[in-house]
Design a binder for this molecule. Structure first.
Ligand code: AN7
Length: 397
């Protein structure tokens, strides 16, 4: 592992989350001498790219995550004047992209011989960690901001047997608390500050360029909360570029909710650090985060790739969520729809070229947050089981 700021290096078997010299973020160094042809005959999971997964391969903990649908979206794309693809991360085993990070993270936990894992979470991280910890037979502790976690995610964390603790406070406060516990050695922290999480999530970048026939799209657009995923995807893309598998690079475009947008605000000012948002608020509870841990890596990804960041209002998120569901049949949770909402906003503002090939990463499944989905619709009409009555309802006039 290497510090992204001062370059200090650490052994991969050391349990450490930030640099001991300067407290900055760590990344796992990864380099593989292989030909991309070896991937072709393998099963379509993220372990297809196992040479680029720097953990012990003798006891991989996997639910066959990755290999998610890569849907061309011509209806919505034509409307926007672009060539649009959507990477559907809701199709992972627990319904979000977090499974990629947890497969590597829990494999690493076994390699290190720890017995207890934990995280703070806006929901999806806890759902995923609970499932993978169950599979590995590890004790699992999750801290959730009280009253601010979507129902499906809470159900998953509880049902997979995690010890769920509701914290009076927001995600940032919960993360600070559990990090302190991890530093005391009471559990192995599997939030995305743990660089092994990002090693799994970088496979989204691998799959996108593989799906496109070893070509980079012009742009990758995704929601940004704690900022791990945008950092991970950029790391993956750069690794495949350095390996010579692709010759071009995408522009990384991060979308945040208006009420929780420290990274977008930093980019707007051209800064390379953030001012945390004290009381983040958005209907997209997954990205209701004010002090993104991986901000430094995310800003680097955006600037290095000549990308951009944008903010979207809750109403824009909800209308994009419905639009994607009703024009393309793809159901995503509100945070994921932020990528579509942001894309629409930057197209409308003329900030991107017509005809660009764009991949939106939609990070979590619609069913994660059933309450928001139901509240966005009108109540079903109730009718007796009678043909005449039903006829009058479907053909009023
Ligand atoms: C659906 O579960 O932070 O920028 O604790 O669930 O890598 O944080 C979730 C984040 C986007 C943001 N979309 O990704 C958690 C958590 C969905 C998410 C994000 C999350 P990052």
């Amino acid at each position: 592992m290497k510090c992204i700021s001062c370059g200090a290096e650490y052994d991969n078997m050391e349990i450490i989350y930030t640099c001991k010299e300067c407290d900055s973020l760590l990344e796992v160094l990864c380099h593989a001498e292989v030909s991309r042809d070896i991937f072709a005959c393998r099963k379509s999971t993220m372990w297809k790219y196992k040479e680029f997964m720097p953990v012990d391969h003798s006891h991989i903990v996997s639910l066959e995550e990755g290999g998610t649908p890569f849907c061309h979206c011509p209806q919505l794309g034509d409307e926007l004047g672009i060539d649009l693809y959507v990477k559907v991360e809701g199709s992972n085993p627990t319904g979000s992209f977090k499974d990629r990070g947890m497969s590597v993270g829990i494999t690493k936990a076994l390699e290190l011989g720890v017995s207890t894992v934990g995280c703070a979470s806006t929901g999806n991280t806890s759902a995923s960690l609970a499932a993978y910890a169950a599979r590995a037979g590890l004790r699992c502790i999750v801290l959730l901001p009280a009253g601010k976690v979507a129902l499906g995610k809470l159900a998953q964390a509880m049902f997979h047997g995690a010890e769920v603790v509701s914290v009076r406070g927001n995600f940032d406060e919960a993360l600070e608390t559990i990090t302190a516990l991890a530093l005391k050695g009471e559990l192995y922290l599997l939030n995305s500050v743990n660089p092994f999480r990002l090693e799994g999530q970088k496979s989204i970048g691998f799959e996108i360029v593989d799906d496109l026939g070893w070509k980079s799209p012009d742009r990758i657009v995704l929601p940004v909360g704690n900022a791990g995923n945008i950092s991970a995807i950029w790391k993956g893309i750069r690794e495949f570029h350095e390996a010579g598998f692709i010759s071009d690079l995408p522009r990384m475009t991060g979308i945040q909710a208006e009420g929780a947008a420290p990274i977008a605000r930093a980019v707007a000012k051209g800064r390379d650090d953030i001012v945390p948002v004290e009381n983040p608020e958005t209907i997209a509870t997954a990205i209701r985060i004010g002090a993104p841990v991986s901000a430094k890596k995310a800003l680097r990804a955006i600037y290095e790739s000549d990308g951009m960041a944008e903010t979207v209002a809750d109403e824009e998120i909800l209308s994009a969520q419905k639009l994607l569901a009703r024009t393309e049949g793809i159901g995503v949770e509100p945070a994921s729809a932020a990528s579509i909402a942001g894309l629409i906003k930057i197209v409308d503002a003329g900030k991107i070229d017509k005809g660009e090939q764009i991949v939106c990463v939609v990070t979590g499944h619609l069913l994660k947050d059933p309450n928001t989905a139901i509240n966005a619709c009108t109540k079903p009409v109730e009718v007796d089981a009678d043909v005449g009555a039903l006829s009058r309802i479907i053909n009023p006039a």
